[in-house]
Design a protein. Sequence first.
Length: 94
Amino acid sequence: MMYGNMVLNLNKSCLICGGEVVELTKNEFCILYYFMKQRGKMVTHEELMTYLWDSNLFVDDNTLTVKVNRLPKKLAAVAAEPIIKTKRGIGYLS
């Protein structure tokens, strides 16, 4: 799956940008995959929570925020195209 200058390898669960492999956690990979699938659409906080943790377990809202905020920093380190724009009070624009 491609997005800008990034390739998300679904078979190997890794991200390649500029020939460099970016190490992602399982949740970071899932978040990036979801944003790539939803390209150009608004993604609500609740929608992303349900996608990642579709269970009866309680997951703190802050957990998602921390995971989403770490991802752009990892991508910027390899000059990846920005993919996540936070829309305060609404969610995220992919």
